[in-house]
Ligand binder design. Sequence first.
Ligand code: ADP
Length: 223
Amino acid sequence: MRLLLLAPPGAGKGTQGERLAVWSGARHIAAGDLLRAEARGGSPLGQEIAACQARGDLVPDQVVLDVLTPAVVEAAASGGYILDGFPRTLPQAIAAAELAARLGVTLDAAVYLHAPESVLTQRLLGRAGQGGRADDRADVIRHRLQVFAETTAPLVPYYTKRGILVAVDADQPPDSVTADIQAGLSALPLAALPARDPGRRSLPGGGKRPDIGVVDTPIDGSF
Ligand code: ADP
């Protein structure tokens, strides 16, 4: 399975990404984690990444592509991937589509996790209180949410037009969110549902049917 998670900070894309990876056998590729690992290396590139992350700004597209492409290429050749936090800009989405085309694969779904900003902020501040990340500070959180709204949210109509968007209410307990994602995926004409239960169209967990982005556009084979 090859899918991506499109979600503002605090929506739970890390949690859901891990669960979906276990469920599907695909590799969980978390953009923020890979970039933080690069930043810890302390190279000049790492220092640039660390500065962007500390401010809550996006890391430049080319840097993100350089860091993520090897992991995507490797995962595409095995069990597929769950992209968590990539792509996050339109140029990244276009570059990802070109990469997928080069690799001869297509994207099965784009899962959009949404929740009110007040809920997202409370979750991130709660995480900060438990030791959280350096960018879980009120001012940086506000900026990260703004960056999402301005730069990443336009990818929602982009993938809706491709007929592969599954929109899920993330303001629910994690199990319900997972069940809704699985229900949404089962309603798409997916090329590859999890191999361990081939042909499965309805999934356990029985979450309520989520909003599914416009699915009248046939999948056109693009990312
Ligand atoms: P969150 O979604 O809570 O902000 P992430 O770990 O996904 O957490 O991202 C943390 C930071 O890493 C972002 O604020 C940004 O600086 C950087 N980052 C992650 N993914 C990308 C990406 N695809 N493009 C540019 N920057 C990214």
